[in-house]
Design a binder for this molecule. Sequence first.
Ligand code: GLU
Length: 487
Amino acid sequence: MSSKNQVRTRFAPSPTGYLHIGGLRTALYAYLIAKQASGQFVLRLEDTDLERYVAGAAEAIYSGLKWAGLHYDEGPDIGGPYAPYVQSQRLDTYKKYANELVAKGHAYYCFCDKKTLEEMRQEQVAKKQAPKYDRLCFSLSQEKIDVKLKAGEPHVVRMKIPAGRVIEVNDLVRGKVSYKSEELDDQVLLKSDGYPTYHLAVVVDDHLMKISHVTRTEEWLPSTPKHILLYEYFGWQIPQFAHFPLILNPDKTKMSKRTGDVAMGNYIKKGYLPEAMINYLAFLGWNPGTAKEIYSMEELLKEFSLERVHKAGAIFNIEKLNWYNGHYIKQMPLDKLTGMCIPYLPDPVSHPERSEGSKIKKIVALEQERLQVLSEIGEHTAFFFALPPFDKALLKWKEMNDEEIKKSLDMAKDIITNTPDSEFTKEKLSETLLAEAAKMPNKGYLLWPLRVALSGQKNSPPPFDIAEILGKEESLERIKTAVYSIG
Ligand code: GLU
């Protein structure tokens, strides 16, 4: 492929908040489009809104993308042929292009102050008209403009929307979408502080950075006709556009910082795996059209296509994300999973027994099947480190009375006592305990009180597994405590 039609996509977040779920999905699709065509994926920071800048947001974007495996080829922290990739460092460029549009008659200076604009707006609202700049400054004579500029009067640059045009957006997801130029406002391109607005900056940068496919969420679709006009004014080639569906809450409202947990950092902290997140997000707006649900990044690179991206909003479903996460946890080699679980377990200082690596590994192995989010392991396995207080009623299986419970626990105690240290394994314990339990009307009579005595929980892994991990001494200690609690 010649460099002229090389596929280049970009992810262009504003560092006005941390990287969020929707941003990562947008980045993923852009990454897939570029990489499946052996193209480049670019990261650009759109930080022209000074008031909404959030410190640390840029770093969270870099680390979040890297965590997810969306390695960008060019970006603010790694540079590239079209650097800088931070809009606030490109102000002269935007100014130059804004001036070019003014010189060509496609844009004009506007000196209206806030008060004038507000009065204009109120008047239009009163007349039931859509609020729009009424072109007051468009009719200023060149002399007047020169005087005002010379006097340093604050001003913006506005684009001139042509009358009577129909602007067509040929969107790769949404098809052909038409806009009448009458619906468009004379958009501010350059603000009075010398900063560009999003509209000017995005067009200039996408052109200069040779972006072939402009991909973003649907909320930007109504801005696209303005961008198309700007490309025309500059005489630049119009890129391809693809607008992805919005991500919605289960109640179909737009998912935002206010309505849900959208910050990627929180998901990373809770112990979601990048493979699971990528797999889940790929499906949040796309479907391969088959029943296959598990996709690695390599498989996504093969199968993803814009034709199968949906138009309708995608509903965020945490249970499904958890299911994916559980799936990838199950697949993980035990050593790797153990390492990843360690930060979520009680700290080794207050629990010296934790220093035994093999014990931790056994605990993780026991949980691997049912764990969905890594951080849950702390709660699920806390009883291994300290027996929680529990109601003695929990020791009771079916109709057992206190005497029977005590007898059952005594029997278990004897079996455990008589199991030599060298054979203190779950296999051996299950063999001996089950043989004894088989003599009873139901094996619960032996196993239930023992399991509760060892774990203090209504639900837990089988008593053999717990006993092996606790060790003989601690198991006997817990049985004693249970017997004592019965009185
Ligand atoms: N800076 C815009 C945002 O925060 C980017 C929109 C676009 O990709 O053009 O989403």
